[in-house]
Design a protein around this ligand. Structure first.
Ligand code: NAP
Length: 287
């Protein structure tokens, strides 16, 4: 029996409807639209495409998106100045810094300088700490998308054995803490993990976020498992695939996300959901 396909689209549509309502509600109360600033350094094509996609989705939902571009040769002091200016700007509710930064700039500086109230991708040291401490916080968008998808399709997590492949600061690690909050038993695998298949075969829920096409094939997957493929890879023929060998794994898994059409459908919307959350929380502080 072929696996159930866990599409992102129905979740995206439900979220859009809810967020449009919240955006109208915010605008009525604040007298202006909720606003995200997307800070971009340099001319990397992929992140420009991403910035434009956020802008498009923001407009569709009734939020405002402001692009802040710094030149590739910008220094750390320029970046800090831009962040402070956006923190102080009462017309900005959320700040998203496009990663990766050019190599001469430190991500650590952003994590320290980012205003945690406006940190809509959950990268500031305060929000990372809150996630660790199981306090309410703004969290990174991709792990938030994974949890939303699992919730939507009612995949049980409490007590379940979850294996995450990939331990990055933006996906694997924060996802591990979000799933711990749901009482899952979480294992995180990474580049130094020996015998990856031994771990993945145990997973009742397997999440893969590495960036290597066909890393996970059918014999690495426990029959009936739920498989979430976060990877996005462009092949030489320009087709887009995940990290999971979809065609063979779907014959073994109980449920699987497609790429494209799965998690990728949700990430932008999550950033805007957090922008509205940040906007509403800051509005509450003012009254
Ligand atoms: P990343 O920063 O490159 O992290 C990749 C992680 O995978 C690292 O922890 C790395 O370990 C680990 N890894 C590398 N090779 C491995 C292997 N052979 N076996 C096990 N672990 C291995 O990437 P990322 O930003 O987390 O993104 C991961 C993938 O998700 C990419 O394809 C990216 O495009 C995609 N992505 C998708 C969305 C979406 O909306 N769907 C959003 C964000 C990212 P080390 O750290 O030890 O090297």
């Amino acid at each position: 029996v072929s696996a159930r396909i866990l599409e992102g689209r129905p979740i995206a549509e439900a979220l859009r409807t809810r967020l449009k309502r919240q955006a109208i509600d915010f605008q009525r109360r604040a007298g202006r639209p909720a606003t995200i600033a997307v800070l971009h350094v340099g001319t990397d094509d992929a992140s420009l495409v991403y910035a434009r996609a956020i802008e498009r989705t923001a407009l569709q939902l009734g939020l405002e998106s402001r692009a802040v571009a710094l030149p590739a040769q910008a220094q750390e002091s320029d970046l800090v100045r831009a962040l402070v200016r956006l923190s102080d700007d009462r017309g900005v509710d959320g700040i998203l810094v496009q990663l990766p930064l050019p190599r001469h700039l430190s991500q650590r500086t952003i994590a320290e300088m980012m205003d945690p109230r406006k940190d809509v991708d959950g990268i500031s040291v305060t929000n990372v700490g809150n996630l660790f401490l199981r306090q309410q916080s703004l969290v990174p968008s991709t792990p938030a998308a994974v949890v939303s998808l699992l919730d939507h399709y009612r995949v049980p997590l409490s007590g379940k054995r979850v294996v995450i492949v990939g331990a990055s600061n933006v996906v694997g690690k924060p996802l591990a803490f979000l799933l711990l909050q749901r009482d899952a038993t979480v294992t995180v695998c990474h580049i130094a993990t020996r015998d990856l298949a031994k771990w993945t075969q145990q997973a009742e829920v397997l999440v893969v976020a590495v960036g290597k096409p066909h890393l996970i094939h059918a014999d690495m997957v426990r029959p009936g498992a739920t498989v979430i493929d976060v990877g996005i890879n462009t092949l030489p023929d320009h087709s887009i695939v995940g990290d999971v060998d979809f065609e063979t794994v779907r014959e073994v898994a109980g449920a699987i996300t497609p790429v494209p059409g799965g998690i990728g459908q949700l990430t932008n919307i999550m950033v805007l959901r957090q922008t509205l959350l940040a906007a509403l929380l800051q509005l509450r502080e003012l009254v």
